[in-house]
Design a protein around this ligand. Structure first.
Ligand SMILES: Cc1cc2nc3c(=O)[nH]c(=O)nc-3n(C[C@H](O)[C@H](O)[C@H](O)COP(=O)(O)OP(=O)(O)OC[C@H]3O[C@@H](n4cnc5c(N)ncnc54)[C@H](O)[C@@H]3O)c2cc1C
Length: 441
C-alpha cells in the first residue's frame, strides 16, 4: 500500500516510476508478501479522504465493487464492555477486504502514465556511486532467473514493509542503522470468514467492534465486507492469544466482553479455517535521527513505522506519508532524505502517540511511561466512558482516532467538561461468565 501510494505521487514528478514487488501482483486475493491481508483491515477516515483525493472516485468504485460503507460513528463500538453512544460523524467507513482495497488502488496506479510494474522480482540490495554517497538503483532477482539485474533510479523509495532490510543495507554501506523504538504488545490476530444466513441479524450494522482495553483485553472486529461475506478477527494480547482451532476459536468468541459477535456467527456458514498472525511489537525506526544518509533513498510505510494494527492506522499513515513526499517533490528538486525523514517523523508522531501510548495503558507492556503518557491514558479512559453516554464525545473521539482531527480537539475546555462530567459513574462492565464450547454447538 505504501509503495502504491508513493508511486502515485512520484508519477507527478518523474517520467518513469517502477514498482518492484516479489509477489506476482494480479487479482484481489490474499498473497504471500502481505500475510496480514487475510485479517480485518479498517481504513481510517483520513485514509479514505486521501485515497479519494489521490484517486478521484475511489470510494464510489469500491462501492460499485460491492464494498459496504457506513458512518464511522454509527458502527457498534464497545470499549471496556460498554457500547458507545452512536453519533453521526460524516466520516465514511469503507469496509472492504485488504486484498480488494489494495487491488483497487493498484489498478488505479497501474493506469498512470510512466508507471511500470515489475512483479515477481525480489529486491536484494542497493546500488551506489563509488563513494557510496548516493543510491543509484536496486539489485533485483527476478523469479526463475539465474542472475540478478540492476534497476537504475534517480530515487529509490523503500516500501517493503515491516521486514525492510534497509537498516542492514545502510550498515553494509558504512552508514549507521536507525535507532528503533519498540513497544512489545505480543498480539495475535486470528481470523475467519463467514457468510451470514440472514444479514437481518445485524440490524443494519456494518460492524461490531469490542475493542481490546486493559479492563477487557480480549477484543474483536467483525465486519461485513464485499461479496456478501463477513470477516471476524479476534485479537489477544500479552500471551493470551486467540486459538486457530475450531473449538478454541469459538471459546474465545464466547469470552469476548459482549455476546453480540457470538450471537451473529453461531448460525453463520464458516467459509475457511481460522488463520493466525503474530505481531510481537510496534516498531518505529528513527531515520530522522541519522546525521548522515545517502542521497536518493527514502523509506516509508511499515518499513518506517509499524503500528499495533488494532488502531487501524498503517494504511492511513502510509497515505499521509505519500502526501509528505508529494510536498517534497513540489519543490521541483530531488527530495532531501534528512528533510523528508524529519517531516515524515512529524506525520508519524500523532498516530504513534495514540497507539504506542495506548498500549502502555496495559500494565503488562514493558516501556517507559512518562507523565504525558499516563495523563493521556487516564484521560482517554474517561473519553471512552463519556462516549457511552454522549454522542458528541463519540463524534470527537472517532474524528481523532480516524486521524481527521488532532488529539488536542478532545482537550478543548468545553469537550473536557463534557468528558469529565459524563464519564462520572461509568465503570468498565463486569466480566461475563464464559461457557465452554463443544465442537458442533
Ligand atoms: C494483522 C494486521 C492487521 C492490520 N490491520 C490494519 C487495519 O485495520 N488498517 C490499516 O490501515 N492497517 C492495518 N494493518 C497495517 C497494514 O497492513 C500496513 O500498515 C499497510 O499495508 C502499509 O504497509 P506497507 O505497504 O508499508 O507494507 P506491506 O503492506 O507489508 O507491503 C510490503 C510489500 O513489499 C513487498 N516486499 C517485501 N520485501 C520485498 C523485497 N525484498 N523485494 C520485493 N518486494 C518486497 C511485499 O511483497 C509487499 O507487497 C494491519 C497489519 C496487521 C499485521
Amino acid at each position: 500500500m505504501a509503495g502504491l501510494l508513493a508511486a502515485r505521487v512520484l508519477t507527478d514528478a518523474y517520467d518513469e516510476v517502477t514498482i518492484v514487488d516479489r509477489d506476482e501482483l494480479a487479482g484481489s486475493g490474499a498473497r504471500r508478501g502481505v500475510p496480514q491481508g487475510r485479517h480485518v483491515h479498517g481504513l481510517l477516515a483520513r485514509g479514505q479522504q486521501i485515497l479519494d483525493e489521490l484517486f478521484p472516485g475511489f470510494t464510489a468504485r469500491a462501492v460499485a465493487a460491492g464494498v459496504p460503507t457506513g458512518d464511522l460513528g454509527e458502527l457498534r463500538w464497545f470499549f471496556n464492555g460498554r457500547p458507545l453512544r452512536r453519533a453521526s460523524t460524516g466520516l465514511v467507513c469503507v469496509s472492504g477486504s485488504r486484498p480488494l482495497l489494495e487491488a483497487q488502488v493498484r489498478d488505479a496506479v497501474a493506469a498512470l502514465p510512466g508507471l511500470r510494474l515489475r512483479d515477481g522480482c525480489d529486491i536484494v540490495g542497493l546500488v551506489t556511486t563509488e563513494d557510496r554517497s548516493r543510491i543509484t538503483g536496486v539489485r533485483v532477482h527476478p523469479a526463475g532467473a539465474a542472475d540478478e539485474e540492476v534497476i537504475p533510479a534517480d530515487l529509490v523509495v523503500d516500501a517493503t514493509g515491516r521486514g525492510s532490510r534497509a537498516p542492514v543495507w545502510l550498515a553494509e554501506l558504512g552508514y549507521r542503522r536507525p535507532a528503533e523504538t519498540r513497544v512489545p504488545i505480543d498480539l495475535v490476530y486470528t481470523t475467519r470468514h463467514y457468510r451470514l444466513r440472514d444479514e437481518g441479524i445485524l440490524h443494519g450494522d456494518l460492524s461490531i467492534n469490542p475493542v481490546s482495553t486493559p479492563s477487557h483485553p480480549r477484543g474483536a472486529f467483525f465486519s461485513r465486507i464485499q461479496d456478501g461475506r463477513s470477516v471476524l478477527s479476534l485479537t489477544g494480547v500479552l500471551g493470551d492469544h486467540p486459538p486457530a482451532d475450531e473449538r478454541g476459536f469459538l471459546d474465545f468468541v464466547r469470552s469476548l466482553p459482549v455476546p453480540d459477535i457470538f450471537d451473529v456467527i453461531r448460525d453463520a456458514e464458516p467459509l475457511d479455517d481460522p488463520v493466525s498472525f503474530r505481531y510481537p511489537a510496534s516498531v518505529r525506526r528513527h531515520y530522522e535521527r541519522l546525521d548522515r544518509l545517502p542521497a536518493g533513498f527514502l523509506v516509508l510505510g511499515d518499513a518506517l513505522c509499524s503500528f499495533n494494527p488494532v488502531y487501524g492506522q498503517g494504511m492511513t499513515v502510509a497515505a499521509l506519508e505519500a502526501l509528505t513526499l508529494r510536498e517534497h517533490l513540489r519543490t521541483g528538486l530531488a527530495p532531501r532524505p534528512g528533510e523528508f525523514f524529519r517531516d515524515a517523523a512529524r506525520v508519524v508522531d500523532v498516530p504513534w502517540d495514540i497507539s504506542a501510548g495506548s498500549d502502555l495503558s496495559f500494565p503488562g507492556v514493558v516501556g517507559p511511561r512518562p507523565p504525558k503518557v499516563r495523563i493521556a491514558n487516564a484521560y482517554m479512559s474517561r473519553v471512552q466512558a463519556a462516549a457511552v453516554r454522549d454522542g458528541a464525545v463519540t463524534r470527537s473521539f472517532m474524528r481523532v482516532a480516524g486521524l481527521v482531527d488532532p488529539p488536542t480537539d478532545l482537550m478543548r475546555p468545553r469537550m473536557m467538561w463534557r468528558v469529565l462530567t459524563q464519564a462520572r459513574g461509568v465503570a468498565p462492565a463486569p466480566a461475563r461468565p464464559v461457557e465452554q464450547t463443544t465442537v458442533g454447538d
